[in-house]
Each structure stands twice: as C-alpha cells, then as structure tokens.
Design a protein around this ligand. Structure first.
Ligand code: UGA
Length: 432
C-alpha cells in the first residue's frame, strides 16, 4: 500500500521504516528541513537499535522516501498517518496544536478519498476534532475517514515492538477504512482489535497509565521491603509468576520518566477531570513516583551527610536503557537535584551524553564508564544499561575515595557487592 507518515520522531520514523520493511511504499514527511535533508543523506537523528539498518535497507529498496511536502505525501498515498508531538502544557493537558496544524494542512491539499490516521497519543475525543477540522478547512469537498491507531512501541525496543506487536488497535466510526487498515497491518501477524475511535484513544492512555501504576505499585512495595527487611526483587519475582499479574514492569527503581508515562498520566488525569471524574488513583501513582526520587536522594544524604562539595560519579543519563533520549529522565533529574546541593558530578552514559549536554552542564562527561569513579566520594547508578553489569568493580573500588555505591536501578547483587567490599545501597533490597 502507499502510505504517508507525517512526523519523523521516534514513532513516525520507526513506524514508517517498519511499514516499508513489510513491503509498503512509505513517504515520511517532516517540516524540519534540516532533519529531512539528513534522513535523505542516510543520517538517523535518534539512537534506536536496528533502526539505521532498517532505514538504509528500505531506502535502497526504494520503499522508503523522505520529504518536507505534505502535499507530495498526501497525493501519493491512500492512508495518511499523523505522528507529530503532543507535548504537555503546564496544567497537565495536552498541546494539540501540531495535530490540528497537520489536519488543516491535509485538508488543504486533499484531492480525493483518504484515510487519515491519528497515531500520536491524544486525549479521548480528539478524533472528532480532527474530523471536524478537516471538514472545516477542506478546499475540495472530497470524502475521507478518520481513524485512531495508537502506538505501543517502547523506545530502545521500538523496531522489535513494531515488527512483533502484542496487538494492533484500530478505532473507526465506519467500516470503510477498516479493510485498508487491516491490509497495512496483516504482514505483522498480530491480533487486530477493532473499536470505535473514542475507545481506541482511551486504550492508549489507559494502558500507559496502568503500566505506570504497576511501576509505582512495586516502588511502594519497595518501601515496605526496606522497612521490613524483605527483598523487592524476590517479591516481584514471586508476584510476577501469577499469570494475572505478569512479571514485566515490576522493576523497582528511581521511578518512571521519559516523554510518555509522565505526560500521559497528567493528560489522562486532566481529561478525566474535564469529563467529571477525579482520577485520584492516578494522582497517587504520580505522588509515589516523585517520592521514590526524594527517598533516593535522602538515602544518599543519610550516608554522605553534607553533600556540598562532595563528588559523585553517575552512571546513566538516559531515561532508560537502549536509548539516547533524556526527556524527563529520572537520571537527569537526580543530577540536577544533586548539583543544586553543591555536589560535583562526573557522569557517563553509553549513548545519551550528547543529548544530556543540552540539559546538564557544569559536570564532567567521562567517556569510559570505568573512569567515572576517579576521585569520587561515591558512585550512583541511575539508568539500567545492561553494560553497567560489566563495570570493573576492582578498579571502581580503587578509584573511589570511599567504596560506596548507590544503585537506583538494582543492577548489582547486594551480597556480591558486599563481598567485594562495597557499602552498597539499592532499592528495596536488604543489606546482608
Ligand atoms: C512507554 C510504553 O511502554 C509504550 O508501550 C508506549 O508506546 C510508549 O510509552 C509511548 O506512549 O510512546 P517508553 O516510555 O518508551 O514506552 O518506555 P518504557 O519501557 O515503558 O519505560 C518508561 C519508564 O518506566 C522508564 O523510565 C523506565 O526506566 C521505567 N520503568 C519501566 C521502571 O522504572 N520499571 C519497570 O519495571 C519498567
């Protein structure tokens, strides 16, 4: 099929490349001229495992194209996907101006029947507004259908998630666009859930909020573990074997961050409020998440006492493993809080250092993770990068002024760390 993807961010670019990979002809459109020029030259603006190869392969096969022209994209496609940012506003609601802007531009250039698909994460009832907008601004009164098709990919695993989705959700008012949408997704072999537009939009917010709730739940349990001497990893493993609970998203840590969960929680709370429901359960999820970071900073203070003029080494800046994304990263938040207290920082991230430099200055960026500990009063692990497990612990112990490690992501085994001579403090796991 001929598909147009408007927006070449994490969702648009990866989804476009995966659509091309299964044989569709895809044109990815973005209004950022410099970005499109880079993509046309084969440069990928984000780090996402497997994406670069995928883009190069499909560009060579002439199934994937890049353009700055919405008209070119819409003219040559049966289905037009909107995958533009929906950033948060200060009051927690979502800024839908990019979605509205693109809907107007599509309306302007539409010359025949199109299926317009909203892939951006939006509050329930946005589909109605997109339809209204296109109808209002259409230059030529041609037929069109609006569909909601939320995305569930995780950054760092986006290609795998897209190629093997758990489910595909298609929300539509009428049956007409559903056959075409099924054709798009058939090659992926996943269950396809057909709903009305409002339900599809809600599936996205309800899913992300539920996953955030699961993380806050285990983080709250980690507090009880610390108070009682139980081990949160063992509790999570025991809970997770119950098929009704499942073992994923039960890793206690510094809390969730990134460009999705915090924003989607606020947006879901806001839209619920507008619809007359005070979603206090989700407000608690937010509170637990904030407190988890407060508690970690307190743990550092309790051990090191006065933080002013201490030096800490921080491993991890990305909001999670396998990505260079630092948007609302708990690791960056932690660094900024420590800096405010006068702590000097030596930091390292396998992929996110360049992006971190835009938001975190006045720190020493260290290229090799094994050099971070040099002259530090303690080491902090802030992101769950798997390579941190390969840290040269002997060297770290020698380089540190004191052999103290604060592990905010439970990367190491407490018993082993103690054996290695470290004062080791992690999340919800007792000292031996
Ligand atoms: C999340 C969802 O998982 C995706 O399904 C969704 O498509 C995406 O948001 C989106 O709305 O676009 P993402 O934000 O990329 O994906 O990353 P996650 O893997 O969900 O991690 C989010 C945060 O939760 C990270 O800070 C991570 O460290 C934290 N987390 C995750 C935990 O603290 N514990 C866990 O057990 C799992």
């Amino acid at each position: 099929m001929n598909l147009c993807m408007i927006g070449t961010g994490y969702v648009g670019l990866t989804t476009g490349a995966c659509f091309a990979e299964v044989g569709h002809n895809v044109i990815c459109v973005d209004n950022n001229t410099a970005k499109v020029a880079k993509l046309q030259a084969g440069e990928i603006p984000i780090y996402e495992p497997g994406l670069e190869e995928l883009v190069h392969r499909n560009v060579s096969a002439k199934r994937l194209h890049f353009s700055t022209s919405i008209e070119e994209g819409v003219d040559g496609s049966d289905i037009v996907f909107i995958a533009v940012p929906t950033p948060p506003q200060p009051d927690g609601s979502v800024d839908l101006s990019f979605v509205e802007g693109v809907a107007r531009e599509i309306a302007d250039v539409m010359k025949g029947y199109k299926v317009v698909v909203d892939k951006s994460t939006v509050p329930v009832k946005t589909g109605d507004k997109v339809e209204e907008t296109i109808r209002r601004y259409q230059k030529r009164k041609v037929d069109f259908d609006v569909v909601s098709n939320p995305e569930f990919l995780r950054e760092g695993f986006a290609v795998a998630d897209l190629m093997h989705p758990d489910r595909v959700v298609i929300g539509s008012k009428s049956t007409r666009p559903v056959a075409a949408m099924k054709q798009v997704y058939e090659p992926f072999g996943a269950p396809i859930v057909i709903t009305d537009i409002n339900s599809a939009e809600l599936i996205k917010h309800a899913s992300n909020s539920f996953l955030a709730l699961k993380i806050s739940y285990i983080n709250a349990v980690s507090v009880i573990c610390e108070a009682s001497g139980a081990n949160v990893s063992e509790v999570a493993a025991g809970m997770g074997l119950d098929a009704r609970i499942g073992k994923r998203f039960l890793d206690a840590g510094l809390g969730f961050g990134g460009s999705c969960f915090p924003k989607d929680l606020s947006a879901f709370i806001k839209i619920s409020q507008q619809l007359g429901y005070d979603f206090r359960l989700l407000k608690e999820v937010q509170r637990v998440n904030t407190e988890q970071m407060d508690r970690f900073v307190t743990k550092i203070e309790e051990t090191l006492w006065v933080l002013k003029d201490k030096t800490l080494g921080v491993l991890g800046l990305a909001f999670k493993q396998n990505t260079d994304d630092v948007r609302l990263s708990p690791a960056i938040d932690l660094c900024l809080r420590l800096q405010k207290q006068g702590v000097k920082l030596r930091v390292h991230d396998p992929k996110a250092a360049e992006k971190a430099k835009e938001v975190l200055s006045g720190v020493v960026y260290v290229d090799d993770m094994n050099d971070v500990a040099e002259g530090c009063d303690a080491l902090v692990i802030a992101t769950e990068w798997p390579e941190f497990r390969q840290l040269d612990l002997n060297r770290a112990r020698q380089l540190l002024t004191h052999p103290i490690i604060f592990d905010g992501r439970n990367v190491f085994d407490p018993a082993e760390m103690e054996q290695q001579g470290f004062i080791y403090k992690s999340i919800g796991r007792p000292l031996h």
